[in-house]
Design a protein around this ligand. Structure first.
Ligand code: ADP
Ligand code: ADP
Length: 233
């Protein structure tokens, strides 16, 4: 089943002097359970594409259907609820709040959607061992390493059981060892059923995804599927 479908998505940025066609007609669909990487150089249109999928920005034309909903038809008043319900986010710079300990950072999206405390605790107890974050929960973000912060951020991203997890350069601020361990964690949550789209300019990071879409000048110009036996230890 397609979780996400993009049809002829275009995005034009207009300023007084310059018009930039950041996306020139992007078409692809993502099935439930896929782990996709979108890869391209700086300026290719990755962030624009991700922001449109994330409902943080609207396409100039074309349609984006996420979990059965044409997102261009959502009213502004409906968008943040929809985003909270359907999407989880992981950012390059973690976006954790230093005022709250790691546990409360993870709970934040559930608190914002008025989830019951018992449900929150149950979800966290399932994630805790899978993500290796048990020891980090009472600490504050500034007390843990970058790699550990990103594990907390991934837990926050998936705790709402989103239809789709969106990751924007998740390894961008990590050393190679932490990157590898984060990407293995992505593979693990993907194997448990989480659909993931990761944007990166790193071929090494992309190689963990099952399918890689290459974008350049606002066009997806190539895609590759990873062989079944690679990256399995
Ligand atoms: P990437 O994430 O692959 O680096 P972007 O999506 O950020 O690419 O940018 C694609 C193109 O759109 C670039 O030419 C960029 O300069 C332009 N662009 C991105 N955001 C804006 C904006 N808010 N206003 C004007 N131009 C933009
Ligand atoms: P970049 O791709 O330049 O590294 P970020 O990963 O920080 O940028 O953010 C990507 C997009 O997501 C930006 O448009 C930003 O406005 C938005 N964003 C960043 N943090 C949050 C957040 N906590 N909640 C919602 N949107 C966010």
């Amino acid at each position: 089943m397609a979780i996400l479908e993009l049809k002829d998505v275009k995005k034009t940025y207009k300023t007084r002097k310059v018009t930039t066609e950041a996306l020139k007609g992007v078409n692809f669909s993502v099935d439930s359970g896929e782990f996709i990487s979108i890869m391209g150089e700086s300026g290719a249109g990755k962030t624009t594409l991700l922001n449109i999928i994330a409902t943080l920005d609207r396409a100039t034309s074309g349609s984006v259907i996420l979990n059965g909903q044409d997102t261009s038809l959502l009213k502004d008043s409906e968008i943040s609820d929809f985003r909270r319900r359907e999407l989880g986010f992981v950012f390059q710079d973690f976006n954790l709040l230093d005022q709250f300990n790691n546990r409360d950072n993870i709970f934040l999206p559930l608190v914002l959607s008025n989830e019951k405390e018992a449900v929150m605790k149950d979800r966290l107890s399932k994630l805790k061992s899978a993500l290796g974050i048990g020891e980090l929960l009472e600490k504050y973000p500034y007390e843990v390493s970058g790699g550990q912060k990103q594990r907390i951020a991934v837990a926050r991203g998936v705790i709402t059981n989103p239809a789709l997890l969106l990751a924007d350069e998740p390894t961008g601020a990590l050393d190679s060892q932490s990157s590898e361990s984060l990407l293995k964690m992505f593979c693990k949550i993907n194997e448990a059923g989480q659909t993931i789209i990761m944007v990166t300019h790193s071929l090494r990071a992309s190689s963990y995804a099952k399918r890689v879409l290459f974008i350049k000048d606002g066009i997806v110009y190539h895609e590759i599927y990873r062989g079944e036996n690679e990256r399995q230890e």
